[in-house]
Design a protein around this ligand. Structure first.
Ligand code: ADP
Ligand code: ASP
Ligand code: MG
Length: 473
């Protein structure tokens, strides 16, 4: 008897038909005698819609937030009517949905009165998506005769108060999961849990960042000691590139934890960047599979690195990036400037995606999201004020609206010529590379280019990755 953790993404619970399909996947395993823990996202589009209500509420646009609220209510009511019998359970679920959506309206109203929304309020609003979907899914599973219990992530995942991108407090999260969730599993119940959300130790709702349900599922899989974590989504697995950029993208039958971690960090939306963190130490096997094509084996993810002849297995990209350059003749050999720059960046609340330095030490550059760039520039200039006044440092230049493209492949370590092949390919396509960095794990190379060249760069490098797929089995 195995214990499986299964996460169903937004599309996988996005309609009554999709939920039905997800339930069939769970039922197949429970009928075979296995135990299943389900983690669910909000129905597709609901998180975006909830964010829209925040914006409307700030602007005092009651019509829009009420309209969106009605639409979300309608989708959940329809799913409840279609999936949940008999009537008493259906009525209970409908009442819960309506109570939650009334609460949503009250919060929107409060934002309208205040005229602003704090990150804490935004998290409270977006949490409704998962809190609604898990009620429908849990009740529908029960209606199929599979005893289920619904849990909110707020009861299990305890986080810091870094709203919108909260970090779990591992020890107490582990304790909560062991005390609250494990007994339900041992009693033969299939828990259905909200992804994406957690709560601070004093109970305030937080979220783990966009796409965070994958991370929730990995945290739970780790602490219940699951035999496997399956991410059920709307594509057949992790692909050689984003299928929306290049339709030729193929499913990779196998990738390592490190490779998939790099892919996710550098923009592959299929997984939240922190997903592998909790399971890597425990070596829990993971799979990415398609809810709508469950016969496909998907992508297996594990610890081994499988080398392929062309080394490069996948290409990813992130848009809306700014590159900041710190330069000055007086920087040569002065210790600590880079360290202070990065500390100032983190104080400004920004994540650094890529760093590179030329050997002359007269400048170094790093990239952050466009939205953070100005604030980071001011924070770093403030930090280096004395050096700027002494003219040791010239200042911080920003190059906005560039993109990062990353090629990933575990065999890069110790394989000469990979970077050469990448940059020759880009040169053949006359793509100008602005800066380059190799990941610390030596399984990725990232570079910054102009936004206009993104599609061409991804497609020409993708040719190298496509050649790899046949080698992996
Ligand atoms: P879910 O709601 O199931 O979490 P997401 O929309 O978050 O699904 O992620 C799945 C989507 O990620 C796919 O539909 C695909 O368009 C996109 N994607 C981007 N890069 C990749 C990649 N390398 N492999 C697979 N899918 C990718
Ligand atoms: N619903 C959240 C989002 O859209 C979390 C998730 O789907 O993983 O970002
Ligand atoms: Mg996702």
């Amino acid at each position: 008897m195995a214990l499986y953790t299964m996460k169903f993404g937004g599309t996988s619970v996005g309609s009554p038909e999709a939920i039905d399909q997800a339930l069939t996947i769970i039922q197949r395993e429970t009928q075979a005698g296995h135990r299943v823990v389900g983690i669910v996202s909000a129905m597709s589009g609901v998180t975006d819609s909830l964010l829209k209500t925040v914006k409307a509420a700030i602007q005092g646009d009651r019509w829009t937030f009420q309209e969106v609220n009605r639409d979300i209510r309608h989708r959940h009511e329809e799913a409840t009517h279609r999936l949940i019998e008999p009537p008493p359970e259906r009525e209970i679920t409908l009442k819960k949905i309506n109570d939650l959506l009334d609460e949503h309206l009250q919060l929107c109203e409060a934002i309208t009165i205040l005229g602003e929304a704090t990150p804490r309020m935004i998290d409270a609003i977006v949490s409704f998506g998962e809190r609604l979907s898990r009620r429908v899914v849990a009740a529908a599973l029960d209606a199929r005769g599979i005893p289920s219990q619904a849990f909110d992530g707020t009861q299990l995942i305890v986080t810091d108060n870094n709203y919108q991108d909260a970090e779990p407090l591992w020890e107490i999260t582990s304790k909560q999961i062991k005390e609250r969730l494990v007994p339900a599993i041992e009693n033969g119940i299939s828990p259905i849990i909200t992804g994406f959300i957690g709560a601070t130790p004093d109970g305030t709702i937080t979220t783990l960042g966009r796409g965070g349900s994958d991370f929730s599922a990995a945290i739970i899989a780790a602490y219940i000691d699951s035999d496997e974590l399956t991410i059920w989504t709307d594509v057949d697995g992790v692909m050689t590139t984003d299928p929306r950029i290049d339709k030729r993208a193929k499913v990779l039958p196998y990738v390592s934890y490190t490779e998939v971690g790099e892919l996710a960090f550098y923009g592959a939306k299929v997984l939240h960047p922190k997903t592998v963190q909790p399971i890597i130490a425990r070596n829990i096997p993971m799979r990415v599979r398609n809810t709508f094509n469950p016969e496909h084996p998907g992508t297996q993810i594990g610890a081994d690195i499988v080398a392929t002849s062309s080394v490069i297995k996948a290409v990813t990209s992130i848009r809306s990036i700014s590159m900041l350059t710190v330069s000055g003749k007086g920087m040569l050999g002065v210790p600590g400037i880079a360290g202070r720059t990065f500390l100032a960046t983190s104080r400004a609340g920004a994540n650094i995606l890529m760093i590179s330095q030329s050997s002359s030490e007269q400048s170094f550059c790093f990239t952050v999201r466009d939205a953070d760039a100005n604030e980071v520039k001011y924070a770093v200039e403030d930090e280096l004020r004395a050096e700027i006044n002494h003219q040791d440092v010239d200042g911080v230049d920003i190059l906005k609206e560039v993109v990062i493209v990353t090629v990933v492949g575990g065999g890069m370590r110790g394989t000469p010529g990979v970077a050469g092949r990448v940059f020759t390919t880009l040169g053949d396509h006359s793509i100008n590379v602005i800066s380059i960095a190799q990941g610390g794990s030596e399984c990725s190379i990232s570079f910054v280019i102009e936004e206009d060249a993104l599609d061409e760069a991804v497609i020409c490098l993708h040719d190298l990755a496509l050649a790899s797929v046949e080698d992996i089995n």
